[in-house]
Design a protein around this ligand. Structure first.
Ligand SMILES: *Cc1c(COP(=O)(O)O)cnc(C)c1O
Length: 377
């Protein structure tokens, strides 16, 4: 089975992990510190990243760092993995969906503007398939309305917009290092941002809410070296050194991954050019995406049949995503089908073809041929 995504692990990755296993620190050690610096460098930010155990944990930690709480509204896209929304709900926020742009599938600034209220705390965009959000427009909308921009960059570490790296485009950016993503730590994620206070709160949150930092202790008088204080509610979302070491080595390979993913995208685009029933992914001027997915759209209403045809031929296609507001948990809150027609139309025709760095040209050509035969048959 040729899956829609898959990790790339080489001997150096394995050696990096083995070296940590032979050392003193399995967790909370130097490999974590190094990885947090490496992620920050990739993202183009000064403050070290806050590493966590998944992209979901990164979202939860980011919302906590941003101080999201009851009474706050978070505007987000229906065309995402649902954790972008549910992690804000863990902090007590109300989710407000806004529709996407027809070309990229990313949050549409005009739709966001219409959804803003006095309670809007965060606008949470998603770099769908790896294409960066319109961060300049969304950031301005957020800041003009006393809110902040969060970029869920689970798909897009290594991408740029107008030469600015993903990670430096929004107030806070989250990454996922799940095996199907652009680089992996097995499970893992990270939060980067520009405001040291937000990051400090995020770091506290993912470290169970306690601190030993002498500058932060409130009642250190007469206490010894064992002393710590619990200041806030937190969770243990710490990424272990074993996995951080894998992440640092994977980051060294990120440019190669990006190059191959761009080649695969170009090969698919060429293979599907000029076929009326198919729509290939758009790329806006100024965007240099790190393509995580290849989201083909089939416009003749036969997505289900194409999906089954590919599966029958050992091609593990995927659908990204079922509109989040269609999920029962959101239907119970009053969201209805038909409320976000652009996202719903995008989703109903979308099929994610195999896309990962280890794909051969032969693999890609086989998928192209299967799809072409299907639409012409
Ligand atoms: C994968 C993904 C997440 C969650 O990341 P995990 O590491 O799987 O927890 C969040 N948002 C988006 C857009 C994703 O694709």
């Amino acid at each position: 089975m040729l899956n829609y995504g898959r990790q790339s692990i080489n001997d150096e990755d394995i050696e990096a992990v083995a070296a940590v296993l032979r050392g003193d620190w399995l967790t909370t050690g130097p490999a974590v510190t190094a990885f947090e610096r490496d992620v920050a460098d990739t993202a183009g930010v000064a403050e070290p990243a806050v590493s966590v155990t998944s992209g979901t944990a990164a979202l939860h930690t980011a919302y906590a760092g941003l101080g999201v709480g009851p009474g706050d509204e978070v505007i987000t896209t229906p065309l995402t993995f649902f954790a972008t929304a549910t992690c804000a709900m863990w902090q007590g926020a109300k989710i407000v969906f806004a529709d996407v742009s027809e070309d990229t599938g990313n949050l549409d600034p005009q739709a966001v503007e219409a959804a803003i209220t006095g309670n809007t705390k965060v606008i949470a965009g998603v770099d769908y398939a790896g294409h960066p959000i319109d961060a300049p427009a969304l950031g301005k909308l957020a800041h003009d309305n006393g809110a902040l921009l969060l970029e869920d960059a689970a798909h897009s570490i290594g991408g740029t917009l107008d030469g600015v790296p993903v990670g430096s485009l929004a107030d806070v950016t989250t990454f996922s290092f799940f095996p199907t993503k652009n680089l992996t730590t097995a499970e893992g994620g990270a939060v980067v941002g520009t405001d040291p206070e937000v990051l400090e709160r995020a770091r506290m949150f993912k470290s169970i809410g306690y601190t030993r930092d002498p500058e932060r202790l409130r009642n250190p008088q007469g206490q010894g070296g064992w002393y710590y204080e619990v200041h806030e509610l937190g969770l243990n979302y710490r990424l272990p050194d074993v996995l951080a070491a894998l992440g640092s080595n994977q980051l060294k390979r990120l440019a190669d991954f990006k190059k191959r993913r761009a080649e695969v995208t170009a090969r698919y685009n060429e293979g599907f050019a000029g076929i009326d029933a198919l729509r290939t992914p758009a790329q806006r001027e100024g965007a240099d995406p790190m393509w995580h997915l290849y989201p083909l759209r089939i416009l003749d209403g036969r997505r289900r049949e194409l999906f089954d045809h590919l599966r029958a031929n050992e091609i593990g296609a995927q659908v990204n995503y079922i509109p989040v507001h269609h999920q029962p948990i959101f239907a119970e809150l009053g969201w209805r089908q038909g409320q976000f027609p652009v996202a719903e139309a995008y989703s109903s025709g979308e099929i994610s073809l195999p896309m990962f760095a280890g794909l051969t040209d032969g693999d890609v050509d086989r998928v192209i041929e299967l799809v072409r035969d299907f639409v012409s048959g």
